[in-house]
Design a protein around this ligand. Structure first.
Ligand code: UDP
Ligand code: MN
Length: 507
């Protein structure tokens, strides 16, 4: 039997490597700080009991250039907080780290401390987190496998509720509830119980649990979730193989966490968060590997879109502001994944949205999207400007979310990042309220007369208010920013172009 040892509290953060916001670092709904992960557990969790004959688990940690102390902390934590008879093995997957301390020192330490318990898999080239996890799965032998980043800490009793849910139904993918370990103090900050959703760029975000879970008032009950944050999930080993693991054509980072959610639901399984199983994860601000995470997240998102999202795949292209024809992003070959979907006879994305992610806003009425340019002001684009003042402006084109417009079949002209769930405000509408010459940006449903938010537009033609008949135009003016002012005025023949368009089937 493995004896419990107090977890090492070795502090190590590498300040020298930089990185933007991340999957496991999604915005929490709310949080509170505890010195100890177990203090944050709902007391009702401690009253629950579990069967004695639970399946064993293999715990896979993947890492690249992680601090040795942090990896060891994760290993100690899982050993100390999992009943020894349930923990079959720990698999450490080194995704071709450069750091020498992660070679001999790591092997030596874990083999001495936990003889026979730890397997180390070394990738001979950098595979990215998706294939690194697949390598871990290949080495796993227990009936259930858990996948974790190598910078986590487990609460006491994390494994029993998870193994119980998997034993009851092997098509459930189980996510522990995630808490934060502050990277600079290692203090645990407990997050509110949440489901794991995402926006149309397929970036994850925590969302409020489904209404029926809230109505039930039981903080220990599983929370249905459309997808996962990704740093921590547990699945029946054979079932995971049957449904196609993670998409091995995805590179480096991102998107795999959302794709697995779509796939498991569409193909007859489910995904849930268990509030009584808590894993705390270090949210770091800098990543010790590839700097171009956004590119890979976009590329991987397109793979998920092409395979799983049917007529809704346009939303991913819109969110990233890339054309659907010739997107200029090489997302590789998805034919094997499409064949897998067919073989498993999976449901449509529409079914998934209706039943699993009803909170998501749908934008199937889009005709054109992207930057809006005027023939009189080359290099300048329509821009939502400062979010406070509700005034659209002209600004040098950069194609990022403040310049992302959508023109819809109804005649709405929306400006700003594509909306996501109904928990968050929707993109605002450009409005001509007939007063003055300045168009405004308003919530689409709060205009006085609905026609004030409607415009006539065809590519390379004028943008005409259906309410006033005035045109959206550019006026040269010395006192305006960049010498250009956006106005609504009597039409003088100015023409506009919106960068990308979606072909609609004829009705
Ligand atoms: N990772 C990997 N290979 C890569 C990139 C990442 O094995 O090329 C691992 C990384 O070591 C970590 C996990 O993937 O264990 C998730 O990455 P990270 O923790 O940086 O993402 P975050 O949790 O911040 O979203
Ligand atoms: Mn992580």
């Amino acid at each position: 039997m493995i004896t419990g040892q107090p977890a090492l509290a070795l502090f190590h953060t590498d300040e020298s490597i930089s990185h933007p916001a991340t999957a496991c670092s999604c915005l929490p709904l709310s949080s509170r700080t505890n010195s100890d992960l177990n203090n944050g557990l709902d007391c009702r969790c401690k009253q629950l009991t579990y069967p004695d004959d639970l399946p064993q688990i293999s715990v896979v940690f993947i890492f690249v250039n992680e601090a040795l102390s942090v990896i060891l902390r994760s290993v100690h934590s899982v050993v100390n907080h999992t009943p020894a008879h349930l923990l079959k093995e720990i698999i450490l997957v080194d995704d071709n780290s450069d750091s020498v301390e992660l070679k001999f020192n790591l092997d030596h330490y874990v083999n001495k401390r936990y003889p026979g318990l730890v397997k180390i898999v070394r990738n001979s080239k950098r595979e990215g987190l998706i294939r690194a996890r697949i390598h871990g799965w290949n080495a796993a032998t227990a009936p259930v496998v858990g996948f974790f980043d190598a910078h986590v800490e487990f609460n006491t009793g994390w494994a029993e509720p998870i193994l119980t849910r998997v034993k009851e139904d092997h098509t459930r993918i189980i996510l522990p509830a995630i808490d934060n370990i502050k990277y600079n103090t290692f203090e645990v900050q407990q997050y509110a119980n949440a489901a794991h959703g995402y926006n149309w760029g397929l970036w994850c975000m925590y969302i409020i649990p489904p209404q029926d879970w809230l109505d039930r008032g039981d903080e220990t009950a599983p929370i249905r979730t459309p997808a996962m944050i990704g740093c921590s999930f547990v699945v029946d080993r054979e079932y995971f193989g049957e449904i196609g693991l993670l998409d091995p054509g995805m590179e480096v980072y991102g998107g795999e966490n959302i794709e697995l959610g779509m796939r498991v639901w569409q193909c007859g399984g489910s995904m849930e968060v268990l509030p009584c199983a808590r894993v705390a994860h270090i949210e770091r601000t800098k990543k010790p590997y590839n700097n171009d995470i956004d590119y890979y997240a976009k590329r991987n998102a397109l793979r998920a879109a092409e395979v799983w999202m049917d007529e809704f795949k346009s939303h991913v292209y819109m969110a990233w502001n890339i054309p659907m024809n010739n997107p200029g992003v090489d997302f590789g070959d998805v034919s094997e994944r499409v064949a897998l979907r067919k073989k498993m006879n999976c449901r449509s994305f529409r079914w998934y949205l209706e039943h699993v992610y009803p909170e998501m806003r749908i934008y199937n009425n889009t005709i054109t999207y992207g930057e809006v340019r005027n023939s009189k002001a080359s290099g300048y684009c329509l821009d939502q400007g400062s979010e406070e003042d509700d005034r659209a402006i002209l600004y040098p084109c950069h194609g990022m979310s403040s310049q992302l417009a959508r023109y819809t079949t109804e005649g709405l002209l929306q400006l700003g990042p594509l909306g996501s769930t109904t928990f968050l405000p929707d993109t605002k509408c450009l409005v001509d309220d007939g007063r003055g010459r300045t168009p405004s940006l308003k919530k689409c449903d709060v205009v006085t007369r609905s026609s004030q938010r409607l415009w006539d537009f065809t590519q390379n033609g004028p943008i005409i208010s259906r309410d006033t008949g005035r045109c959206l135009e550019v006026e040269m003016s010395k006192d305006a920013n960049f010498g250009l002012r956006l106005v609504v005025q009597r039409c003088s023949g100015q023409k506009w172009m919106i960068r990308n368009w979606i072909k609609h089937p004829r009705h």
